[in-house]
Design a protein around this ligand. Sequence first.
Ligand code: SPD
Length: 295
Amino acid sequence: MAQEDLIREESMTDLWNVWYSELHQQRAGLTLKVKSVVYSGQSPFQRIDILDTYEFGKMLVLYGSIMITERDEFIYHEMISHPALFTHPNPRRVLVIGGGDGGTVREVLKHPEVEQVTLVEIDQMVVEKCKEYFPQVACQLDNPKTRILFQDGAKFVAETQEKFDVVLVDASDPIGPAEVLFQKKFHQDIYNLLEDGGIMVTQSESPFFHQRTLRRMYENLQGIFPLVKVYWAYVPTYPSGIWSFTLCSKGPDPATDFKAAQYAELGIETNYYNDGIHHAAFVLPNFVRKALGQM
Ligand code: SPD
C-alpha cells in the first residue's frame, strides 16, 4: 500500500469527532467523518445540509440522502449525460429535470451542438446553495445557453408545448417531491415532448438495493419507448456503490449509433466516461439481468 494511502491515527486532541451516517434499507449504511457543518436549513420542499467531509470534500445532503460530493460527483453527472449526447445525432435542445446542483448542465454544455439546456428544478434554494458552495459543479448555470425554470418537473412535462431532443431526469430518490419523477405518467409525458429520434435518460437507483424500483421502471418504460436499455456506473457515495441509469430512445441506439468520430474529434475532458465505458456500461452483471427479467 502506498504511504499516502495510509490513514494516520487521529490525535487525541481531535475533539471534533463528528460522523455522518446514511442508512441504506435501515440495515446497512455509509459513514463519513465530518470536518464541519457548512450549512443546514429547510427549504419549502426539504431539509438541506452541506457538510465538509475528510474523504469526499463538501457534500450536499437532501432530506438525509447524499446527492453530490466534491470528490465523486463527476461520475454520476458524466454518466447521466454523455451516453445520450454521444448517441443522439444532433442534440440541440436538452431538458434536465431536477439536477439543481448544476452538474448535469455542466456536462451537457460540453457538447457544442447544444443550443439550449433547460433546467426545471422545483427547489430554488438548492440552486442558490450550490452556486454558493459548489461553484465547480454549478459553473454553467449562468451560461447564456442555460435557462432555469423553478417549477415542478412533472407539471412542466405535462403542460409544455415545447419539444426537446434529449431529456435527462436527474431526480433525487423516489420519496418526497421527486416520487412522481419515477412514475409511468411522467415518463409518458416525456415521450410526448421528445422530438422524433429523441432520447431520455433517467437515473434509476441502485440495482443492488432497489431492484423493485428498477424493475418497475424498466417494465413501465418498455411499454412506452421502442428501445429501453439499462446501464450502470460505480458511484462510491451512493447506496451499494453501483448505480443504474435507464436510456429510452425513439430511435438511436447507444450500441450502434455511438458517434465515435465526434467523440474523438471533440476531446472533451471527462474523468469517468470514455468511448470504452460508453459500450461497457450497458453490459450488465447477471444479478442485474435477472432483476430485470432478462434471464
Ligand atoms: N440516493 C442518491 C440518489 C441521487 C440521485 N441524484 C443525484 C443528483 C445529482 N445531480
